[in-house]
Design a protein around this ligand. Structure first.
Ligand code: FES
Length: 318
């Protein structure tokens, strides 16, 4: 395949120290060892430019995300980053590395120490010969990968939303707060048939998510759900927080036949006649019950606020 002559010195690579004579080694200026690019210097510059564009794309994506984000531009910057970086890497492999084919004629399986040393030196020399800016490109590659690695953690840091902290420990339900529907209209005892259900809020806070409450009419007689709650369910009206105790989804479905509230997220079932005790699904605790009363004109009021935090059980431990 070759006469084993070094490009720079014109000596036999494998036998430069006199050892390994007879082993046909590749000459470094063989055509198949040259990069595919006709002008490697120019290719290096273009690839470096692509990697820099990719790095800038990642940095712009991260910067925009950090200051609040804008979905479309995040997509553009991220796309530019990945496209330029990927294209640069592909071009690096295609245009700057030797193209082969690489065939080694072999007459003995084991290489002697001098042959191994000569090959290592050959690889090192060859890299320097055809690939002058490897350190430069490697630096950009490492920097881009580093920026991408940092930026990729931003969604974890910035997108989990604020902690609820103490916001779920108190609601706007107060003693004598009237129950109103989403339009702010007070709820009268004649408004619901037996088997009916309605989302209600404390008067003045219609639409408030932390206050949302499921009002169901289970029967026409007073209902005692648990000991100590003898007066909480007048005329069959029962009220429970609508925030699921599993992950906070709205428990918005009432199954009249079984008298159960269903959370559509993970199918937790709460039995309204036993204090909204969970009878199925992942919810770890009952829905908080709101004690009700009915005034002389027939409108429903809260006797008091919730006696425990609403929402997922783990939040109350935060
Ligand atoms: S959020 Fe209700 S069951 Fe999961």
């Amino acid at each position: 395949m070759s006469d084993g002559t070094d490009v720079a010195s014109g000596t036999d690579v494998a036998s430069g120290n006199g050892a390994g004579a007879g082993v046909p080694l590749t000459k470094f200026d063989d055509p198949h060892l040259r990069p595919y690019a006709k002008n490697p210097r120019r290719a290096e510059m273009l690839i470096g430019l692509l990697l820099l564009i990719g790095l800038a794309g990642f940095a712009a994506y991260g910067g925009l995300y950090w200051v609040g984000g804008q979905t479309q531009w995040e997509g553009v910057y991220g796309g530019v980053g990945f496209f330029a970086f990927g294209f640069g890497l592909s071009a690096w492999g295609k245009y700057l590395l030797p193209q082969g084919p690489f065939v080694e004629e072999r007459h003995v399986l084991a290489s002697s120490e001098p042959e191994v040393g000569a090959m290592a030196a050959a690889i090192e020399d060859r890299g320097k010969m055809v690939f002058r800016r490897r350190g430069f490109l490697g630096t950009i590659l490492g920097a881009g990968a580093g920026v991408m690695g940092v930026v990729i953690t931003f969604p974890l840091i910035r997108s989990l939303g604020p902690q609820p902290k103490k916001s779920l420990e108190t609601t706007n339900w107060r003693p004598d707060a009237y129950l109103v529907d989403l339009d702010g209209k007070r709820v009268h005892r004649a408004d619901l048939e037996v088997g009916g259900a309605l989302t209600v809020f404390p008067e003045g806070f219609a639409g408030s998510s932390v206050d949302q409450t499921m009002l169901v009419r289970a029967e026409s007689t007073d209902i005692v759900t648990l000991p100590g709650r003898e007066t909480w369910g007048p005329r069959g009206y029962l009220a429970y927080s609508k925030m699921c105790t599993h992950a906070g989804c709205p428990v918005g479905l009432y199954q009249e036949l079984t008298q159960q509230l269903l959370c559509p997220c993970h199918q937790s079932l709460f039995d309204v006649k036993t204090g909204a005790n969970p009878v199925f699904g992942p919810a770890p605790r009952p829905l908080p019950q709101l004690p009700l009363k009915i005034d002389s004109r027939g409108f429903l009021l809260a006797q008091a606020g919730y006696d425990q935090p609403v929402g997922p059980g783990f939040w109350e431990r935060s």
